[in-house]
Design a protein around this ligand. Structure first.
Ligand code: DGY
Length: 327
């Protein structure tokens, strides 16, 4: 039985209580438990001693950070996305990297579906209208549109995209999707494969669930927005940088597309005085798609399992796909 107490685990940010309690009892845990931001020097000092890093996905994990953490053997991030981590640099140092796919699919799909409905029915605008005290005034909000019989285009038909399908089917939508490769099971899933340009031209609603990588970065540029229907809406729960923010602003401001509902943005956080927020045809939520008690607890516990396995030189329950397998 490995004596785990000899290992030090540093946490980059606030941890769910379930994760804190478990790690605190098993290992030497260094986690900021006070209010306010953890001082950078404090984190650097913890990194110098850490055998494992619990990443709350709030930091860039690059050569600069790795140089401060010479003992690290495992990094576990409480998120499915890991575009903030230089995986190649970790691999070169023999550091195994874990993440948390699978446990957040329903929560993210729920928020994506909510944003699709908001794009069609202007829930946020409606609430703002009432809050402004103008309910009953002649100028209303204008009419929304039905989801039934509209086409939903999903960019990135992975676990989250697949979880959106039954929700959209409940609204009687037709579903098309685009991936680098067509899925063999798409008939069973109830979605038709489409080339990127065909999807842009046919979809009434486009939802992005893809991961950020060199082939998806800036995928939605001015050219892509020009190909979309003028009545179309775009929803992003993937990563902000998949969309060119200036091109999005222009497309919304000039009526090239009708609406956007984004949970992720570039930059992130989006400053309160950002030009996107001057538009009245966009909803922005603060990267909260996985932010439910159940899901965040499940993500935190999977992160702990990844850390403990890595410390014991066991295969991680979920290692990032583009790394050797730690077996
Ligand atoms: C993740 O875990 O990467 C997602 O962004 C959660 O919303």
């Amino acid at each position: 039985m490995t004596d785990l107490k000899k290992y030090t685990v540093a946490a980059s940010g606030k941890m769910r209580k379930v994760a804190y309690d478990k790690l605190n009892s098993d290992v030497n845990l260094l986690a900021w438990q006070h209010s306010g931001r953890m001082p950078a020097e404090q984190f650097d000092e913890w990194l110098s001693k850490a055998d494992a890093l619990y990443s709350a996905a709030n930091i860039k994990i690059d050569e600069n950070l790795l140089n401060k953490a010479p003992r690290l053997k495992v990094i576990a991030q409480a998120a499915v996305g890991y575009d903030n981590i230089d995986v190649a640099a970790c691999t070169a140092r023999g550091i195994v990297v874990g993440h948390t796919p699978g446990v957040l699919d329903d929560a993210v799909a729920d928020l994506a579906y909510g944003l699709i409905i908001d794009s069609a029915r202007h829930l946020v605008r409606g609430s703002e209208h009432v809050h402004s005290g103008r309910w009953g005034e002649h100028k209303g909000l204008g009419l929304g549109c039905d989801l039934a019989r509209k086409t939903l285009g999903i960019i990135g038909m992975g676990n989250i995209g697949s979880a959106i399908v039954p929700r959209a089917r409940a609204s009687k939508m037709r579903i098309i999707y685009h991936n680098r490769h067509r899925r063999a099971d798409d008939g069973k899933l109830g979605a038709e494969y489409a080339g990127f340009e065909v999807l842009l031209e046919q979809a009434d609603f486009i939802v992005i669930t893809a991961t950020l990588n060199p082939s998806t970065k800036g995928m939605f540029d001015a050219e892509a927005f020009k190909r979309m229907k003028k009545t179309a809406a775009i929803i992003n729960v993937g990563r902000g940088a998949i969309v060119d923010t200036d091109a999005l602003y222009d497309a919304l401001a000039t009526g090239e597309i009708a609406y956007a509902a984004f949970d992720v943005t570039d930059p992130e956080p989006l400053p309160g005085d950002h030009k996107l927020l001057t538009l009245d045809n966009i909803t922005v939520t603060p990267h909260m798609a996985s932010a439910t008690v159940e899901t965040r607890d499940a993500m935190a516990l999977l992160t702990v399992e990844n850390i403990l396995a890595g410390l014991m030189d066991l295969p991680l329950p979920v290692q990032v796909p583009d790394q050797w397998v730690n077996a």
